[in-house]
Ligand binder design. Sequence first.
Ligand SMILES: [Zn+2]
Length: 324
Amino acid sequence: MKKAVAILLPCLLAVAAILLFANREDNPSAGAGPGQLEIQNVAPELSAQLSGARAYAHIEEILKFGPRPPASEGLARTIEYLETTLAGYGWKTERQTFKAATPDGPVDFTNLMARHESADPLPASLPWIVGGHIDSKILPEPFVGANDGGSSTGILLDMARVLSTDPKSASKIEIVFFDGEEAFRPGITATDGLYGSKYFAHVMTTKRSSWPGGGIILDIVGDPDHDLLYSPEAPEHFVRTIESCAGRRSFTKPFRMSPFPILDDHVPLQNAGIPCLHVIGEFGRMSYWHTPDDTIDKVDAGMLEKVGRMTLDFLAEVPAPEAP
Ligand SMILES: [Zn+2]
């Protein structure tokens, strides 16, 4: 735990600086403006169909591919698995490939974007982005990231199945699997990590004619023995809704606002003008976080089910923002 906290603290200081400056420096189009789509809700009866056992089984399959850092064989096989699975549920996928400078030199990255066949084709956006990262961190030892990267991926895959049973709901959501969330060095900084979400946000604001009205990003959400945190910078009506949804899920540990901002894939989206909610397990207290011990036994099917159902409840219940 001490090691995790030691890594976390400098990371958090960097976060504060980035949150202060990112809007002004990187995103002249931040605020999205007239192209921003209104929030629309999914059907409330969907959440009961989300299966923690199915989400867990997807994680087991993905872990068989081994470590999946950017540009690896493991990541390529993971993306193929996602494409095949999503196609089976009627989702069209598109790979978003790009090269970016990292501390290890230029690296090829691949985000995977998915829309249900009932939705309009790219480049028009849909009302919601729901996302998580698929890469695993590069460590000297083999690291599969069952909870860190695996848990959200399993939930998003079963969410795609559930949404496909109601095409009207599915047509409101773009699911994005981000590559390159993890830093190549110990902690995420302004220039290392979040490669996929930064690129996605950049393309969204420069190439698309419209922008999602909101986003929810999940990460490290499969461990029932640690608190679940949500982002303190989320809009107030997102906070009210997720607290209400979480209250019905009887988590064994608290679900609470993070006492500090967390630098993760929601930040580039927020900086591009998309109001976001980020949900993450309290990784700083997980002894196995960013170690080879982040294995499938750290993930619990019941926890995956609670988080997945809470997320669908949130998408069903969050109201449009009140007029200023
Ligand atoms: Zn990580």
